[in-house]
Design a protein around this ligand. Sequence first.
Ligand SMILES: [Zn+2]
Length: 486
Amino acid sequence: MKPHPYNPDLHKTGKATGGVTAYGAGSQTTRGKGRPSSKFGLGLPGHFLWTGLVLGIALLLCYIYFFPPVWAVILDGEVLGYVSQVEEVRKAVALLAESEASRIGAQVAPENSPSFVRTRPPQGAMLVTPETMAEVLSEKMEFRATGYVIRVDGQDVVALPSEEDARLVLSSLREQYVQSISGKSQATVEEVLIKENIEIVEKTVSTRMFRSKEDALRILVRGTDKIVTHIVQRGECLWTIAQANHMTVDDLRKANPQVKGDIIHEGDSLNLVVPDPYVTIQSKEKVVFTVSIPYATEVTYDDSLWPWQERVLVEGKNGQKLVTQEVVRENGQEVSRRTVDERILSYPVTRKVVRGSKQVPPMGSGQMAWPVKGRVTSYFGQRWGSFHSGIDIAAPAGTPVLAADNGMVSYRGWNGGYGRLVLIDHGNGTVTAYAHLSGYEVSVGDRVEKGQVIGYVGSSGNSTGPHLHFEVRVNGVAKNPLDYYK
Ligand SMILES: [Zn+2]
């Protein structure tokens, strides 16, 4: 408890005693002097004089009772309020200076001091407690102190009590930055510099500029030492959080570089203050990594082999090179990357193959046989907005599929949407295709005769049910198979 708390009731009671006494005396006087006046009718002016004087004194005493003199607290020409006790306020001011000095760690001098004037409060003015007045003064009073100001491009940003502290802030600025980027890559940081012109200046400034080393660092890097966070609730996303805090999603991302993509979890802590740094820290890193060099393929042709035959003379092998790049980042964001050195660790080995170029002699009879017993369910040409390169013949799974003409098997195997596929080369550039098979009866290179069983109907590959997809290609171009059955 304070020794003299402001107590309006006590205050009133103290003055009330005097007031009552004055009133009592006044009324007695009125009665005492009034009586003789009424006795002698001619003393009329004296009667009025006395009554007026007594009333006047009574009014003055009432005024003193209801509006006792107080202290006006004035700062920079402005009346901050009225207090009944001034000692408490003087003490509070002294304490303010002391606590400001201990907060910043340097001697302080008041920039503006309050003055106290004994006065009567104007009509309607309220008295405030010394505690409230101390709070008002702590916000309005300015103190100055001599410290070391970190100046960025001519702008005073933050002050510290000693030059050593200011230097420590700047060195930890670099250290903290190097730590943050070395976590991002296995790069060697070669150079870290601050792009702005930084000075440490000894100067007398407002104590509002003074900060702890930690806060000073935060201000330089983020533009503010304000921290506002949001804990992610169930069902929230970046958009709803940005919306609720009057930010853009872009700003929310800037404030939270740790968030990758759109992934946030319940309970995550998001920063809501968008950084606006005073300093741009630029770093140059050297990144060294290996890259594989793909091998090339060299093809030679041999007309003693069929086109589907291939012989590998030399297996290909990828090479490797060591690449050194210089990465420039500003405040952690990559701004440029260039290759400064490339060294071949191993050369690639060219793959060498021999491919057959022997032409299949004309073998086809020119008249094709129907490849499977069944009904045409889909014709050649445009179908549902795409091109159908053959015809579909529906038949139960396992139905034998026959060679449409004499020829040589040039492909047998799985081929994407075709499923199990057989190609027969009939010579003269004509090839027939049999797709979605369930099994084969021939191998690549086999000579087949018209009507010979080459495989069985199935539903392999991109197929909705057992059927044969049958194509006729001439020099690689799909033709309408029905044109060959006229
Ligand atoms: Zn088809």
